[in-house]
Unconditional design. Structure first.
Length: 113
């Protein structure tokens, strides 16, 4: 076996190790939503309900409340953006994706609230 074929074998055989290390690294770093304020968490619960029931009118009400909370400094711009993205998905009729996103935000808060 020459050195060229040996290096090919080593690189091919180490691919699963590299993939495992990448997955492990992402798990340690995290790739979900960061911790949000209690007020944002409450909005998220309301959005979960609205997306589950496909309530367009409720999305509009929540959007106004979220804008007010952001304007008064009760929630951050980043948090308002997370919630706004879910509202836009619902308004576009993509209820399943909206619910998946808001559920992910809520699940990422387990142990932080």
């Amino acid at each position: 076996m020459n050195s060229k074929s040996f290096s090919f074998l080593v690189s091919r055989s180490s691919l699963p190790l590299v993939v495992c290390l990448l997955i492990w690294g992402v798990t340690l770093i995290g790739c979900g939503y960061p911790e949000v304020s209690p007020k944002t968490y409450d909005f998220a619960k309301a959005l979960y309900s609205a997306t589950n029931l496909k309530q367009s009118e409720r999305l509009d009400q929540l959007h106004r409340l979220i804008e007010e909370a952001q304007g008064s400094g009760e929630i951050s711009s980043r948090e308002a953006e997370y919630l706004g993205d879910v509202i836009e998905l619902g308004r576009a009729g993509d209820w399943e994706e909206a619910q998946r996103e808001i559920r992910e935000l809520l699940e990422d808060q387990v142990g932080t609230q």
